[in-house]
Write a protein that binds this ligand. Sequence first.
Ligand SMILES: [Zn+2]
Length: 88
Amino acid sequence: MSDYGDMCRDIRNARAEARAKHGVPCPECVAKLPKACPSILLPQQRCRIHGYRDPRPRTAETEYLRPAAQAERESATHPTKDTKDTKQ
Ligand SMILES: [Zn+2]
């Protein structure tokens, strides 16, 4: 299982790197809330405060950088039956 752990760590590192590389501050945040920390948006990501959507197209490098909330919502639509069955 250490391979899986290594993979997770690699993904986390890659995500942090890509986020630093591709993330841009929400222009609405910068304009309207200059004293606050602006939301950092990746391509096609939406600012939770303003609903501003980053217009840049997704690239292969950034498409897996979905916000955690979105990933959770998508995984929730495919619930695993295993957990339910074993509890009976
Ligand atoms: Zn914003």
